[in-house]
Design a protein around this ligand. Structure first.
Ligand SMILES: *Cc1c(COP(=O)(O)O)cnc(C)c1O
Length: 380
């Protein structure tokens, strides 16, 4: 089956009792057993819920994965991956990382004796300088957040293979419509389902996709033991959102290109970070591992101050000033004071997150309104 068909049908059969075409919201915590241990595969809803099962199968199908587990948030999913590790283990992670991931690694798991290296992976061979006998996991984000750097997933996979490491890719920015890291040799794909997969800014959820059965068993054990599972209502909302993922992504990509080109030609704009520009570093790699370039971008102003950026952001009327991304509505954010506020200034400036940097999540509104809005906000 092709992507759009899987987005609508994978994991979802008409309800056997009455033919309902939409997967029911199984709002139950437990299931009646015939005799102790004799049940229909469902014993307690932390372990298994039919609405969640349908969703997990659908996301797995979209990532060409054998297995998927959904979590109560993207951070819950990352937490489960980190819990595969033991004290003394080391992780090599992208330096231009989602702020919450950086915070969890440095403020939570570092306390449990896990060591993290944050490395510029634009040149994948840089990773090798940090590998030693304790290295267990490569944590990669591509395109990165917010400066849209491209990291070569296949090159990371071959380094992981050579050194016996796990490769996990946070695929939130690309979504499975644009990029399937498992097909390129990654072992784990992570999503903040909150973003493109859900797509309507009404759910917090995470997911992990894997092919390996043993890895799946280990993660499923953590999932059930630690308990960061999503509820059936949210699972239903995401199943519903997924049905239009392919259509939404096409429009995100179309609008994204128009907005990126508009900004690049604007005299008051300095740099524009969008992976679809042919002169971006690693453009060729991005073009080969992604099907299109999406609607995430960031830009800086020639008047490089926090005040100028704040003014622009608050002048926008169609773009809403908010954290998050990937919903149908366009958002503008100021990473240095919002999503990346937990990263020290020196650290974030190294990866381009300067004071005037603004991030856009270009939504699927009419492109003319988006361009008019940015034009008036920049000139106001
Ligand atoms: C939002 C986000 C997360 C965290 O996901 P939550 O659903 O907010 O917990 C992780 N990685 C990236 C790239 C994100 O954008």
């Amino acid at each position: 089956m092709k992507f759009g068909t899987k987005a609508i049908h994978a994991g979802q059969e008409p309800d056997p009792t009455n033919g309902a075409i939409m997967t029911p919201i199984y709002q139950t915590s437990t299931y009646v057993q015939e005799s102790p241990g004799n049940h229909k595969g469902y014993a307690y809803a932390r372990g298994k819920n039919p609405t969640r099962e349908a969703l997990q199968q659908c996301i797995a199908a979209l990532e060409n994965a054998k297995h998927c587990l959904c979590f109560s948030s993207g951070m819950g999913a990352i937490d489960a991956v980190a819990k595969l590790l033991n004290p003394g283990d080391e992780v090599i992670a992208t330096d231009d990382l989602y702020g919450g991931t950086y915070r969890m690694f440095t403020k939570v798991f570092a306390r449990f004796g896990i060591k993290f290296h944050f490395v510029n992976m634009q040149e994948a061979h840089n990773i090798k300088n940090y590998i030693n006998n304790n290295t267990k996991l490569l944590w990669v984000e591509t395109p990165t957040n917010p400066t849209c750097r491209i990291i070569d997933i296949k090159a990371c996979a071959s380094i992981a293979q050579e050194h016996g490491l796990l490769l996990a890719v946070d695929n939130t920015f690309a979504s499975p419509f644009l990029q399937n890291p498992l097909d390129m040799g990654a072992h784990i794909v992570m999503h903040s389902v909150t973003k493109y997969l859900s797509g309507h800014s009404d759910v917090i959820m995470g997911a992990l996709c894997v092919n390996d059965d043993k890895l799946f068993d280990d993660l499923a054990f953590i999932h059930n033991s630690c308990g960061a599972v999503p509820g059936p209502q949210d699972s239903f909302l995401v199943l519903r959102g997924l049905k239009t993922l392919h259509i939404r992504m096409e429009r995100h990509c179309f609008n994204g290109r128009k907005v990126a080109e508009f900004l690049r030609n604007h005299p008051k704009v300095d740099k524009v970070y969008w992976p679809g520009f042919t002169d971006m570093p690693n453009y060729e790699i991005g073009a080969s591992q992604m099907r299109d370039f999406g609607g995430m971008m960031s830009f800086t102003l020639k008047q490089d101050s926090k005040e100028a950026a704040f003014k622009l952001a608050s002048n926008c009327k169609v773009f809403s000033l908010a954290e998050s991304l990937g919903g149908v509505e366009s958002l503008i954010g100021h990473p240095a004071s919002m999503t990346h506020a937990s990263i020290p200034k020196e650290e974030r400036e190294k990866s381009g997150v300067t004071d005037s940097l603004l991030r856009l999540s270009v939504g699927i509104e009419d492109i003319d309104d988006l361009l008019l809005d940015l034009a008036q906000a920049i000139d106001a």
